[in-house]
Design a protein around this ligand. Structure first.
Ligand SMILES: C[S@@+](CC[C@H](N)C(=O)[O-])C[C@H]1O[C@@H](n2cnc3c(N)ncnc32)[C@H](O)[C@@H]1O
Length: 366
């Protein structure tokens, strides 16, 4: 802790954000990339203050290797003590403008200020500003000062602020180094009236994370489809869909002519050897079942995927107990899936809870 207005030189620190249940897994992944990394403090569940021999180099290694559980990284190039009054805003603005990395803001650069405020019991009085107020005030000031353009949606450079009850951690980095363009990796989508389930956000986020688009025609197989959020997205993209689930689909899908509902278990559908479709352009799976069982079913489905098609699947993980290690379950499930697909990449998305999402491609011949 520091006195008000006092500054601390804290180069080579960084903030690591992950799902609270998987924050140790995220830390372990980063330590494997960079053995010099260590955790100083878990500020709140899922946000770790860490240090490394070279924090930027560590962030760049993560950027290249796509860790599964790390959602977001932010450098900490300075920290200031907060009074929780309006004066903090001026202090933060001044501290940013003195950072050597501030020169990245230039005419023609698109930038965003991203503030996260951690609410803790330590905060005795109401804070005089919100994250939105800080973002807007600072962005206006920096835009005027440097000629850089604020772009909340597509920034190149991000000025990250994390406020605890008594300290603000500040850093400037490229959006790629942060691993996500959203503060703390918290990707938000607007809700629409057509939306059938919250699960839709998982598929949308997966497509973004893995940088793939839904085919605009062809056939999709949707395993564990009900109530039908993913099915709706596939249909809206232009695909014909076989939706497999013993449960009912949302009545709004009843009029969709490109949809066939196989009302039964995926195991049975795959065993029917239904050849009407030939090979699918896309297979998706969101079945509520053990990740290893899902992987076995998905390798059985691999010969039904076109060679240039791809698969997106969630893998449900158990909660950790003295006997159960969810990471071992995941490792085993991925190993099983790799018997059927030459390419896989796994990520724990913001919209994933006790699960991860995996993309697989290049199905191996049966
Ligand atoms: C999380 S929900 C899927 C949500 C869906 N993706 C959406 O967007 O609306 C999981 C579904 O898996 C289905 N399910 C579980 N085991 C299954 C199996 N063996 N075969 C087919 N569906 C299964 C359940 O009936 C349930 O509807």
């Amino acid at each position: 802790m520091t006195g008000q207005g006092e500054t601390v030189n804290i180069e080579q620190r960084l903030l690591v954000t992950a799902h609270p249940e998987f924050s140790q897994a995220a830390l372990a992944e980063l330590q494997q990339l960079d053995p010099s990394l260590s955790m100083l403090e878990e500020l709140v569940p899922g946000i770790l203050l860490c240090q490394a021999a070279d924090s930027l180099a560590c962030m760049r290694k993560a950027m290249r290797t796509h860790p599964v559980f790390v959602r977001h990284l932010a450098p900490v190039q300075h920290a200031i003590a907060l009074a929780n009054t309006e004066q903090d805003i001026g202090q933060i603005a001044l501290s940013f403008s003195l950072l050597p990395t501030f020169t990245q803001l230039d005419r023609g650069t698109y930038f965003a200020v991203q503030t996260r405020i951690i609410q803790t019991e330590l905060l005795s009085s109401e804070r005089a500003y919100s994250s939105g107020h800080l973002n807007q005030t600072l962005a206006e000031a920096f835009s005027e000062e440097t000629g850089a353009t604020e772009s909340i949606k597509k920034p190149q450079i991000v000025l990250s602020i994390l406020c605890t009850a008594d300290t603000a951690y500040l850093g400037i980095s490229s959006v790629e180094e942060n691993l996500s363009s959203w503060p703390g990796g918290a990707r938000h989508f607007a809700q629409s009236t057509e939306q059938i389930s919250r699960a839709e956000f998982k598929l949308l986020e997966a497509l973004e994370e893995f940088e793939v688009a839904l085919p605009e025609s062809g056939y999709a197989l949707d395993l564990g489809a009900a109530p039908g959020g993913w099915t709706r997205l596939l249909l809206d993209a232009g695909m014909s869909v076989i939706a497999v689930d013993p449960a009912r689909l949302d009545p709004r899908l009843a009029t969709r002519r490109q949809l066939e509902h196989y009302r039964g278990y995926a195991e049975n559908y795959l065993a029917t050897n239904d050849r009407r479709v030939g090979r699918f352009d896309l297979i998706v799976n969101d079945m509520r079942m053990d990740a290893r069982d899902a992987a076995r079913l998905l390798i059985a489905a691999a010969p039904r995927l076109k060679p240039q098609g791809f698969l997106i699947s969630t893998f449900k993980l158990p909660h950790a107990t003295a006997e159960i290690n969810p990471l071992a379950t995941l490792k085993e499930a991925v190993r099983i899936l790799q018997r059927g697909y030459a390419y896989t990449r796994t990520h724990q998305l913001f919209h994933n809870r006790q699960e991860v999402t995996i993309i697989a491609a290049q199905p191996r011949p049966a």
